[in-house]
Ligand binder design. Structure first.
Ligand code: NAP
Length: 475
């Protein structure tokens, strides 16, 4: 597979890269493993100082870093700046909180003085996607770096520029050699790295297809893994919703990042009462977008990230139409050289239409009309994915109750779905397992080592006779 930057606005091949050689891979693993061994004796604060510097680096290099995203995958410049800013926040969050999170925890027990120590876990292999090329790396790098886990990265083959820019940032702040190494790996090389005994765990963000392959490799080698996979999130508008508020964010919930977001609202589920108004309003908003140069502040819809992805989306739309879906708006060719896709609204999607269960990763909205709330919840849960979701209800408490009935990882009521360092991110069902961000994610890749100390001379009086076996219980 070729690692290359092809600018999706100009179609220019900007740069190609060779795959990493076996020698480069061996050197990266050796250096990372050596660092893990030395980090086992170092306090957390010896690492968090670099995260603080990394946060500053992202803040002070925002324009340079954002430009790389525009060239690699066509992101709007303003959105690219936003991505760099959230990366700075994530690095700073773990800089400030990792020591607290990783402090030993005492456990009251009759066994003695018990503590769980949060020790480094080992070298991690990260496999990441192109849609948020820095943010996806930072979500796993910052917490696990703080925990003492060096990382090797296999980034998406179409965002090598971002992978190198992230590596440069980690080097620029003086983090120890081996902390983070980008490798341009083929799929077979990824498998070999996962199998290497110096690798302790694997974290992937990507599609179900990619997740299935990499999780299989991890499982075969008994390596712990976390999987952040696709989403087919609902945007639910209930009878009592404030329709104007819902409509204010409906289009951007679908079109942000050109619709290439795991938590984009991909299925709009609207009760009969609001359906016609909502659909017409969404059409007007989709028709009002301005496609063009991602660097131009007037542009509101960027090109898709690649010709391959645009073609895949077009195939999905064609299949949906062939199976009976109605094009309510869009699906016309765009007269621009870049990989543009006209925002499109599909309705009348039956359960046997392939689009019903498909994740459409681009600016295409599916809109469903339902009789009532019960039908809305049933439809929301009729998905093999469960990542995020949005619910609009006139009563936020009732909206939260409906949210709890949706089988998914994250729901936002009467507001847009956002990501912040303190909020855990992840899903259920085929959307994967594990969580990134928030406080608890850090424990996924630490060795929660139990140490029990007998504070007195002689053995303590233990009613289990020292061993937990039924035959040994005294009373
Ligand atoms: P993808 O094809 O699975 O690619 C993601 C990463 O996995 C890339 O680095 C890719 O490398 C690599 N990869 C794929 N198959 C592999 C294999 N067999 N062995 C080793 N590496 C492999 O995903 P995508 O389609 O580019 O990304 C979009 C998907 O990611 C969507 O489904 C989206 O919902 C999901 N996503 C989820 C989250 C989340 O947090 N849950 C966030 C963002 C995106 P190559 O580029 O070289 O193929």
């Amino acid at each position: 597979m070729a690692y290359q930057t092809v600018n999706p606005y100009t179609n220019e091949v900007v740069q190609k890269y060779n795959n990493s050689t076996p020698e480069e891979i061996e050197a990266a693993l050796a250096q990372a493993y050596d660092l893990y061994q030395s980090w086992r004796d170092d306090p957390v604060a010896s690492r968090t100082k670099y995260l603080h510097k990394l946060s500053q680096y992202f803040t002070t290099h925002v324009d340079e870093l954002a430009q790389v995203l525009v060239t690699d995958m066509g992101k709007l410049y303003s959105e690219a700046q936003g991505e760099v800013a959230i990366c700075a926040d994530i690095a700073e969050y773990y800089a400030q909180n990792a020591e607290r999170l990783l402090a030993p925890k005492s456990i009251p027990t009759i066994a003695g003085q018990a503590q769980v120590l949060n020790r480094p876990y080992g070298v991690l292999m990260a496999v990441e996607p192109w849609n948020f090329p820095y943010y996806q790396i930072m979500r796993v790098f910052a917490p696990y770096f703080a925990a003492g886990d060096p990382m090797v990265l296999k980034h998406a083959s179409n965002t090598p520029g971002a992978a190198l820019a992230f590596e440069k940032a980690v080097q620029a702040v003086g983090a120890p050699a081996g902390s983070f190494k980008n490798l341009f790996l083929s799929y077979d090389q990824v498998s070999e790295v996962i199998a290497d005994e110096r690798i302790a765990g694997v974290c992937l963000t990507g599609s179900e297809r990619g997740g299935r392959s990499v999780a299989k490799e991890a499982g075969q080698n008994l390596k712990k893994s976390t999987m952040e996979l696709g989403g087919n999130d609902v945007f639910m508008v209930l009878d009592d919703a404030n329709l104007a508020e819902a409509e204010k964010i409906a289009a951007s919930s679908r079109l942000y990042n050109c619709g290439q977001v795991c938590t984009s609202s991909k299925r709009f589920i609207v009760t009969e009462k609001n359906y016609d108004h909502f659909l017409e309003n969404l059409k007007q908003q989709f028709a009002a977008v301005k496609m063009g140069d991602p660097m131009d502040p007037e542009t509101t819809l960027a090109p898709m990230c690649s010709k391959k992805n645009k073609n895949k989306l077009q195939e999905q739309v064609d299949e949906a139409i062939a199976a009976g879906a109605t094009v309510y708006y869009g699906n016309e060719p765009v007269d621009l050289p870049g990989q543009f896709f006209q925002p499109t609204i599909l309705t009348d999607i039956d359960r046997d239409n392939p689009a019903y269960y498909a994740e459409m990763f681009g600016p295409v909205a599916q809109v469903y009309k339902v009789k009532d709330e019960a039908e809305a919840i049933k439809l929301a849960n009729d998905s093999h994915l469960g990542l995020g979701g949005i619910v609009f209800s006139g009563d936020p408490q009732h909206g939260a109750e409906v949210a709890a009935k949706i089988e998914t990882g994250m729901v936002f009521v009467n507001t847009y779905l956002s990501t912040l360092p303190e909020l855990p991110f992840g899903g259920v069902k085929q959307s994967g397992y594990g969580r990134e961000l928030g406080d608890d994610c850090i424990y996924q890749f630490v060795n929660q080592e139990l140490v029990v100390k007998n504070p007195q001379a002689g053995l303590p009086d233990n009613r289990f006779g020292g061993l937990i076996a039924p035959g040994l219980i005294k009373d």
